[in-house]
Design a protein around this ligand. Structure first.
Ligand code: GDP
Ligand code: MG
Length: 687
């Protein structure tokens, strides 16, 4: 995991090459990396999907996922961190801790993933591993412990001194680094190496009490003692072992693989994710029952019939075993509803190639064929021991475009393609514009939507036209309110329509999402189908949107306080109508306000442009949150509404003659200042 361009894919490619999975190195720059297998990835030289693969090293089976660094594909990182037990964070020795590295670091913190750091690009001019370690301390609040000392930097970089074994390792260029030599440390480097080793031991003693005791007693500290202490500190998230090298120059990768085995956890050492019992009968004894998480769904594109047979569900098994032909319970991540399904063929993945196997056991990652309607985040478990595993954190999409097929005949197929892509990617949503029948798609950024439209074209063969990107606004409640509605009608036919529904609406914290609750005061004899009718009516109300401009409502709790039915005259339809009326009235009392996505923006620019850039950001309603100098540039951190950031790339380029760069990622939804909120509302056609 890392910021874009730090060298994740290049490093992954080496990990596969040296462990014997691939026979030849493919370079990102030639569009030939095995890990970047989608056409769009090879064309653009970036990793979009997280390619999963596995390798063997020192008799261990290692699963490897190369995550994308671009913020638009943040969900890919999120799902990887959710299922991986350990991570390698790749930093560039020149650029240091960049904004997206900080983001992935926080994501890894969220799932308590133990980490190694690999300081890559030591061969580049300006490489400074010490400065990267300082940034790790200040920006990430990490405790880095360097296990190596580089021999030379920039053009001079030719190997590393291993501070645990106190040997010097150099790689042989002719074999693309496959062969290496371990030799005695040159006498002129010895003083530096001894000092670096002392710093390593001291840092380790500070985070591990047992090691501190050994260190103070000045016992003869052996290699195994150091490795054991490093392992304890890494697993406890108390420290991060740091390795160095240059993936492109084929240096330092063997040590990195050794460190994965030495310091990152085995599946049994990783706490299982939180789980809650699901409704059903628990009747398992003996072997641990199956618990697995579907963390990715990949469709094969093409027509529907082929697709069902070919769509792959990537799973991580936490406990028990998943065998071909087993019946499992698949619990939907959104509705908690379970369906029994049979496991078809099982594969272990190697980027886009796959190898069939009979079963996946605890700790393994693989892909299964034949599951239907599985979405990202679903739990797969033993039907006799149903549980729901902790879900993925899914951010709200922030940008939307209208999309339509160039030919009328494609309308239905387009809808189908969009539905398939939405199953794969929970940050991609499909909806309708409020004022027309136009289809609107929402995502995490312009690049995200651009790639999706491109995939619709290539994988589904549908030519679709996308409109201009628009900000995705939302609405939320101003205050709590409730309403009680009684529907009591006698139709001319003599049939009655009876339903009574009381709903309470309450605002929740920003980012909390929507919650639907049924109060204890609701009589237990009320038929479940009526409650389901109320729930679906509320869901429609939330989509229909707020009172300001009809944007979808977020961050509120809807409670059914009371509901009453008549033994003869009630129907699901009557409950739907009564609930819709109660929802609309409560919403009118509560009132709503418009929310807009706010981005965290970081601009890197030479000193001379700082004043002008800041002035411009403030004019865009930006709030400057910090300025820092990093080697030769100033880093301006700022929060800016997305609405004010369209066209910023071009604008910044012309303002600074191309000497500044920026990154931007979603921060949160915040209230639009009242004047602007009314303006937005007024500029929109009413639904
Ligand atoms: P990712 O976005 O993190 O996957 O980064 P890539 O692996 O695609 O690499 C981004 C760019 O950096 C490519 O042009 C690589 O050739 C280059 N690169 C990767 N590792 C090194 C390295 O160790 N040294 C140098 N000089 N360039 C590297
Ligand atoms: Mg990559």
């Amino acid at each position: 995991m890392a910021h874009i361009d730090a060298g994740k894919t290049t490093t992954s490619e080496r990990l596969l090459f040296y462990s014997g999975v691939i026979a030849r190195l493919g370079e990102v720059d030639d569009g030939a990396a095995v890990m970047d297998w989608m056409e769009q990835e090879q064309e653009r030289g970036i990793s979009i999907t997280a390619a999963a693969t596995s390798l063997f090293w020192r008799d261990h089976h290692v699963n490897l996922i190369d995550t994308p660094g671009h913020v638009d594909f943040t969900i890919e990182v999120e799902r990887c961190l959710r299922v991986l037990d350990g991570g390698i964070t790749v930093f560039s020795a020149v650029e240091g801790v960049e904004s997206q590295s900080e983001t992935v670091w926080r994501q890894a913190d969220r799932y308590r993933v133990p980490r190694l750091a690999f300081i890559n690009k030591c061969d580049r001019a300006g490489a400074d591993p010490d400065a990267v370690m300082v940034e790790m301390r200040t920006r990430l609040r990490a405790v880095p412990i360097a296990l190596q000392l580089p021999m030379g930097l920039g053009e001079e970089f030719h190997g590393v001194i291993d501070l645990v074994t106190m040997t010097a390792r150099t790689w042989d260029d002719a074999s693309f680094g496959a062969r290496f030599t371990d030799a005695a440390i040159a006498p002129e480097l010895m003083p530096d190496a001894e000092l670096a080793r002392e710093l390593m031991l001291e840092a380790l003693a500070e985070v591990d009490d047992d090691f501190m005791a050994q260190y103070l007693a000045e016992d003869d500290i052996g290699e195994d003692d150091i490795r054991a202490a490093l392992r304890r500190a890494t697993l406890a998230l108390a420290a991060v072992p740091v390795l160095m090298g240059s993936a492109l120059r084929n240096k330092g990768i063997h040590n990195l693989l050794d460190a994965v085995i030495d310091y990152l956890p085995a599946p049994a050492e990783t706490p299982a994710p939180a789980e809650t019992p699901a409704p059903g009968e628990a009747s398992v004894s003996g072997d641990a029952p199956l618990r697995a998480l579907a963390f990715k769904v990949a469709s094969a594109g093409g027509n529907a019939a082929v697709r069902h047979a070919q769509s792959l569900t990537y799973v991580r098994v936490y406990a028990g075993e998943m065998r071909r032909g087993d019946t499992v319970l698949v619990i939907n991540a959104h509705s908690d509803k379970g369906t029994r399904q049979r496991i078809g063929r099982i594969w272990q993945m190697h980027a886009n190639a796959r190898r069939e196997c009979e079963a996946l056991s605890a700790g393994q990652i693989g892909a299964v064929l034949g599951l239907r309607a599985v979405t990202t985040g679903d739990t797969l478990c033993d039907p006799a021991a149903p549980v729901v595993l902790e879900r993925l954190f899914v951010p709200e999409p922030v940008i939307s475009v209208a999309i339509e097929p160039r030919s009328e005949d494609d309308a239905e197929r387009l809808q189908e393609a969009l539905d398939v892509l939405a199953l794969e990617d929970p940050t991609f949503r499909v909806g309708r514009a409020r004022d027309s029948m136009q289809t609107v798609i929402e995502g995490m950024g312009e690049l995200h939507l651009e790639i999706l439209v491109d995939r619709i074209h290539r994988e589904f063969g549908i030519d679709a036209k996308a409109g201009r990107p628009q900000v995705s606004y939302r609405e939320t409640l101003r205050q709590s309110a409730h309403a009680n509605k009684l529907l009591e009608r006698r139709l001319p036919s003599g049939l009655g329509q009876y339903a009574r529904v009381e709903l309470a609406l309450a605002p929740l914290a920003r980012g909390a999402g929507n919650r639907f609750r049924i109060a204890d005061s609701v009589p237990s004899e009320l038929p479940a189908e009526y409650l389901a009718a109320i729930e679906s009516s509320v869901a429609e109300g939330l989509m229909r949107g707020g009172t300001m401009a009809g944007f979808a409502l977020v961050d509120l709790e809807v409670t059914v306080r009371q509901a009453g039915h008549h033994p003869v005259d009630s129907s699901a339809q009557a409950f739907k109508v009564a609930a819709a009326m109660a929802f609309a009235e409560a919403l009118r009392h509560a009132g709503s306000l418009v929310l807009e996505p706010v981005m965290s923006v970081e601009v890197l620019a030479p000193e001379e442009f700082v004043g002008e850039i800041m002035g411009d950001l403030v004019a865009r309603r930006g709030k400057i949150t910090g300025i820092q100098s990093r080697s030769s540039v100033q880093v301006i951190a700022c929060l800016v509404p997305l609405a004010a950031m369209f066209g910023y790339a071009t604008d910044l380029r012309s303002r600074t003659k191309g000497r500044a760069t920026f990154t931007m990622q979603f921060m949160n939804y915040a209230e639009v200042p009242s004047g602007i909120g009314n303006e937005i509302a007024a500029s929109l056609p009413r639904a």
